[in-house]
Ligand binder design. Structure first.
Ligand SMILES: NC(=O)c1ccc[n+]([C@@H]2O[C@H](COP(=O)([O-])OP(=O)(O)OC[C@H]3O[C@@H](n4cnc5c(N)ncnc54)[C@H](OP(=O)(O)O)[C@@H]3O)[C@@H](O)[C@H]2O)c1
Length: 375
């Protein structure tokens, strides 16, 4: 397994990391412990030595599962990453409470890579008000965590602000060939990397959308390339091609995916894709982008909406429905994940958002289309 550097942490970790957010499940949605344990141990036996979990994954079952699966000597073979659930923090004491519980769940004395989970403008403000800096310093000095970082879901300005506000050792960002200008994006990646901050990449396959049920026209482009790879392998190789990237996390849900991604990782050296291969990826990206209906960058200048509509989120689901040709899946996800009071149909056409939108998007008209399609 090729190894990659994680910036200031001075750790070298496997190019492929095991994300424990999409483990195989049984009919009742609980983790299929036997199968998931086999997959995780197979990955470790084949060189994967970075395991990423979090308090909330699989409704709180992921950390106890990882604690169990890493018994019998496996804990010593890996770097373990987990995360402080930012949204649950209401006091400084809560931070210690969650970390101490996580050490118990994970059956370990120390977390190698500890992240403040899913930072955005709102969570970060709240955490600073509750003295997160003191928590991070004391967790490091007590030895309960070895390296400190954060994972991120917001816009570039917020990312830079967070990067500049603490001596972070690493960070975790959503990055794949479609998300180069989204969230932290390529610029954010460079900003962190220039400061010696190690980079863990999450959602390299956009949660599977770049790998499964791929549109026929996109498949045709992949198949016309000079070298044959699965869509998953193309997408992963594109991320690993970037020398600034450290570990790439994949949330694998079958043994076949584990095997394939380990195989793909074998050739995952930086700058190893040819000009022609990079041109193929660019062509696929352009085809996906042609289907984008609303040119929303997610900057959130339109927010908060006076009647509660989660405007950028509505447009995300809407765009994905067309880009990935899966209206039904996106509709289900929209109805499951966007609360009624935040849906597009709540728009009262006040027009405030349109005055604030730097892209001059016709937000009212587009929200009507979102509502017609999904609601
Ligand atoms: N900190 C955060 O805020 C945050 C957010 C998101 C993720 N994460 C972490 O980052 C990890 C990686 O993100 P992710 O799970 O979204 O990664 P991802 O690799 O983008 O998506 C994983 C999904 O891709 C599909 N897949 C993986 N390998 C495949 C292959 N070889 N062929 C076909 N399909 C394949 C599977 O989909 P199917 O199950 O549909 O087959 C799998 O569930 C997570 O597991 C989690 O640990 C953290």
């Amino acid at each position: 397994m090729i190894r990659r550097e994680m910036g200031k942490t001075e750790e070298n970790v496997s190019a492929l990391g095991f994300g424990c957010m999409r483990l195989p499940t049984l009919d009742d949605k609980s983790i299929d412990v036997d199968e998931a344990k086999k997959m995780l141990r197979f990955a470790v036996d084949n060189g994967v030595d970075y395991v990423d979990t979090a308090w909330g994954y699989h409704n709180g079952q992921s950390e106890p599962f990882v604690g169990l699966a890493l018994q019998d000597g496996y804990r010593e073979k890996v770097k373990l990453a987990t995360k402080l659930p930012s949204w649950l923090i209401k006091s400084r004491e809560d931070m210690d409470y969650y970390l101490n519980e996580q050490l118990k769940r994970l059956r370990t004395d120390a977390i190698d890579f500890y992240l403040i989970h899913s930072l955005n403008r709102r969570y970060w403000k709240n955490l600073k008000e509750h003295d997160i800096f003191d928590f991070m310093d004391s967790a490091l000095s007590s030895g309960r965590i070895r390296h400190i970082g954060f994972s991120f879901h917001d816009i570039l300005d917020v990312f830079k602000d967070i990067i500049d506000s603490y001596d972070w050792e690493f960070c975790q960002i959503q990055y794949n060939f479609l998300d180069t200008e989204n969230q932290a994006g390529s610029e954010g990646l460079g900003y962190a990397s220039d400061r010696g901050i190690g980079i863990a990449v999450m959602e390299p396959l956009r949660g599977g959308k770049l790998a499964n049920n791929v549109r026929k026209d996109i498949l045709h482009i992949w198949q016309s390339a000079e070298i044959q790879r699965s869509p998953a392998a193309w997408a992963l190789r594109w991320v690993w091609n970037d020398p600034r990237v450290g570990v790439v996390l994949s949330g694998m849900s079958t043994m076949d995916q584990v095997r394939e991604n380990i195989e793909t990782a074998r050739e995952a050296t930086p700058d190893s894709l040819t000009h022609s291969e990079l041109a193929t990826v660019e062509k696929v990206k352009e085809e996906y982008k042609k289907r984008i209906k609303v040119n929303c960058t997610g900057c959130s200048y339109c927010m908060p909406c006076s009647s509660g509509v989660a405007i950028p989120t509505c447009f995300d689901f809407f765009n994905d429905a067309f880009m990935f040709d899966n209206v039904e899946d996106q509709k289900k996800a929209y109805l499951r994940l966007v609360k009624e009071e935040n849906r597009a149909s709540r728009c009262i056409e006040c027009g405030q958002c349109e005055e604030l939108c730097p892209q001059s998007i016709e937000i009212i008209k587009n929200l009507k289309e979102v509502s017609a399609l999904f609601e």
